[in-house]
Write a protein that binds this ligand. Structure first.
Ligand code: CA
Length: 379
């Protein structure tokens, strides 16, 4: 089998109700960069790149397309190393790796379709057929009622059956954050796990002070307390606190995660399959984490393609640690407005009472509706 062509589709949609996190930029649009790889045997594969779609498109079209056309999709690791070595002198992280990620996912989709097996069967097998999803939401929308709107949204997730919810924090004052977290915690009740995500807005002393309060409140994990470059700071925060520290969504490749893992800078690493190097690389990152008994609970923020790829990755992860009643990794199920999550595929992915089935069809196990792609396409 040979790769005949590679196409990219830049999708964009206006968000009905703009929202922000502690980062401070307002999401008023949602974008996606979708990769389609066409083979000479009539099998197509789909992938997705994280980050600004126009940049991902330029990277994939100009840098990588000429390098993959003519190759055998089953040489997935050979292709990965080849692409990585092409960008090694200027693009060891960021959008270049996002470009490789989208291509890699599409190659796995092709391999699965060629042998009529779901991707996780090619990645070593199925540790779990169902995954517990946690709802990611509770961003800031109306700054005059950030607590009220968070409580309303959280109650909505619990009513839908979610057993775990992650909220955004980072209002510039620990008291404001703590009051809002306490209100949400009271609203969801003690049976629902609540996580908080600061999107790296704190410094080390503030993160430790807040973390001590979060421990008392029974918060399940504290995500991105401080800036991702500050590995020393992560070590300090992780050692000072009992609560699990999560992070790593902005990192990529086994080389990027190596120090985080070997220095035990965090308790939970969160590589994104559409950003950290695709399924090929995320499997290696997870293996390295597992060797240090650090949990891998991937970040996910994409379309149905990214979600399907993440589910196959989750299915392929051993319990960490294995035991009678293990604590399996969860799916990050982002709940902000995003039609690419539920419209792009004829086969939808959805949750029932917060549980999502791992797709069992060939490849990613979804069927892309190209009419919808054309509907949202801007480039
Ligand atoms: Ca996050």
């Amino acid at each position: 089998m040979k790769i005949k062509d590679l196409k990219t589709f830049q999708l964009k949609v206006t968000v009905k109700e703009p929202f922000t996190s502690s980062r401070g930029w307002w999401y008023d649009t949602k974008e996606a960069l979708i990769v389609k790889i066409v083979t000479d045997e009539g099998i197509d594969g789909w992938g997705e790149c994280y980050g600004p779609a126009s940049i991902a498109k330029a990277v994939v079209d100009s840098l990588f397309k000429p390098q993959v056309v003519g190759k055998d999709p089953f040489d997935v690791e050979v292709i990965w190393e080849h692409l990585y070595n092409r960008i090694k002198d200027y693009g060891l992280s960021g959008m270049t790796i996002s470009g490789i990620s989208g291509i890699d996912i599409a190659l796995w989709d092709i391999m699965g379709k060629a042998v009529q097996k779901p991707i996780h069967k090619l990645m070593g097998g199925c540790f779990r057929e169902k995954v517990q999803a946690y709802a990611t939401g509770l961003y800031f929308k109306n700054m005059d009622r950030v607590t009220e709107e968070a409580v309303e949204e959280a109650k909505g997730f619990v009513d839908q059956g979610f057993r775990a919810v992650k909220m955004k924090i980072g209002l510039g004052s620990l008291k404001k954050d703590l009051d809002r977290i306490a209100a949400v915690k009271a609203a969801v009740g003690s049976d629902v796990q609540l996580m908080v995500d600061a999107n790296h807005c704190y410094n080390v002393p503030m993160a430790i002070a807040l973390g001590r309060e979060l421990e008392q409140m029974g918060i399940y994990w504290f995500e991105e307390p401080i800036s991702p470059e500050d590995i020393e700071g992560y070590v300090e925060v992780s050692r000072a606190l009992d609560i699990a520290i999560a992070g790593g969504e902005n990192d990529s490749t086994r080389f990027g995660f190596r120090e985080l893992i070997t220095r035990r800078a965090m308790d939970i690493i969160q590589p994104d399959v559409c950003a950290a190097g695709g399924l090929t690389e995320c499997k290696k990152i997870a293996a390295m984490a597992g060797a240090h008994w650090i949990q891998c609970i991937p970040h996910a923020w994409g379309s149905v393609i990214g979600i399907a790829a993440t589910l196959h990755f989750l299915a392929s992860l051993p319990d960490c640690p294995p035991c009678l009643v293990p604590i399996p990794p969860m799916l990050e199920y982002e709940q902000t407005f995003n039609p690419f999550r539920y419209e792009l595929s004829h086969v939808s992915i959805s949750h029932r009472q917060g549980i999502v089935d791992v797709p069992t069809g060939p490849g990613l196990g979804i069927e892309i509706n190209e009419k919808i792609i054309e509907m949202y396409r801007v480039g």
